[in-house]
Design a protein around this ligand. Sequence first.
Ligand SMILES: NC(=O)C1=CN([C@@H]2O[C@H](COP(=O)(O)OP(=O)(O)OC[C@H]3O[C@@H](n4cnc5c(N)ncnc54)[C@H](O)[C@@H]3O)[C@@H](O)[C@H]2O)C=CC1
Ligand SMILES: O=C(O)C(=O)COP(=O)(O)O
Length: 388
Amino acid sequence: MYQVKTYNVISPVGLAKLPASQYAVNKSDDPDALIIRSQDMHTTDFGKNVKVIARAGAGFNNIPLDKANEQGTVVFNTPGSNANAVKELVIGMLILCNRHVIDAVNWSAQLVGADVSLQTEKNKNHFAGHELVGKTIGVIGLGNVGSRVAGAAQQLGMKVVGYDPYISVEHALQLSNQIPRLDSLAELLQQSDFVTVHIPYTEDNRHLIGENEIAMMPKGAVLFNYSRTDIVDDAAATQVLDQGHLQLYVTDFSTQAAVENPKAIVTPHLGGTTEEAEINGAVMAANTIRNFLEQGIIHHSVNMPEMTTPMQYNHRITVMHQNVPNMLGQITTAVANANINIDNLSNQSRETMAYTVIDLNQLDDDTEALIKNLEAIPAVVRVRLLNR
Ligand SMILES: NC(=O)C1=CN([C@@H]2O[C@H](COP(=O)(O)OP(=O)(O)OC[C@H]3O[C@@H](n4cnc5c(N)ncnc54)[C@H](O)[C@@H]3O)[C@@H](O)[C@H]2O)C=CC1
Ligand SMILES: O=C(O)C(=O)COP(=O)(O)O
């Protein structure tokens, strides 16, 4: 029985993909697998028995990949599962903000008395807005979310420019040829009435949009952050709001600087919070966990190499190890010393880590000794034996 532990709200539709005959959910404090969303795993203990962490969602900066690598824990995310949800919220906020709808609705809610319609007609022009057609939106990051935001903004009649020096082939092919990909961030910032950021948080992306970048944006521009805290320097963004250079700062992240500034519009990390996205993410996470635990398949990992060959033989030994010389030699020697014939072997690497998978039709009686010998090889971090 595999033990699975969940953190955050994980859709029961996804959990139902884990057969009760093989998986127990939230029944053990020493789980094999975790399904999480934004739980901060830097401060949440997870033991060596955790073989897999599935992040139902896109961003994985809440998971310490160094620790995961050290103990041989494969980390997955569910790319694209909530991208439509974020796109819809960003486009919704774009329209709401450009028409001052939030202030207008709050104002209407305070109306009392018999002359409500009179007051309305007299004051509505305080909330006169602008249309989006013909305005320029700069989309930073053209992955699952950014490419959808770019496409939707284009359909609204906006001019769209993009910036993503690392765009995947898949997303580059999907992007309309009407959407120019600019060579520099500065070029994008200088020409955009609206800037929206859709990139992962990494050390390199910390404060990608800071004081200097905001200064490059035209006066009266609007900045959206539906990516992560700290990709935009909130202190700088809220300061220029006060100085009037930015018209609005719209963010999904409740930092102190943002919530204290009346000109900042803060949604409480709602981008991926729709029933549909929660189901998509949880279903993908559950399927990913099953494929990995039952067959050793790795697809959509953020720390380990891809290995998508299904289990076609009776037994599979998976060896997670550091990506250093002579590992294959040592692993195959250990198997040969056990007098076992290898039917299929695959070895993939990714940065500092590698994954070797050995398929066998027949095992000898002393499998335990073989597993121990494999585990004893320096640089091996986890060995698993899977049986069909
Ligand atoms: N507010 C929310 O609830 C949600 C927030 N997010 C955030 O949005 C981020 C993006 O999500 P997805 O589009 O699904 O991820 P993705 O991985 O599909 O796309 C990210 C894109 O950013 C690009 N990129 C990376 N660094 C860049 C840089 N310095 N400049 C320009 N482009 C850069 C990559 O090449 C990639 O194309 C996530 O990492 C997460 O932090 C995602 C989903 C929900
Ligand atoms: O998928 C992401 O990166 C998100 O930010 C969504 O986070 P959540 O699953 O709503 O806690």
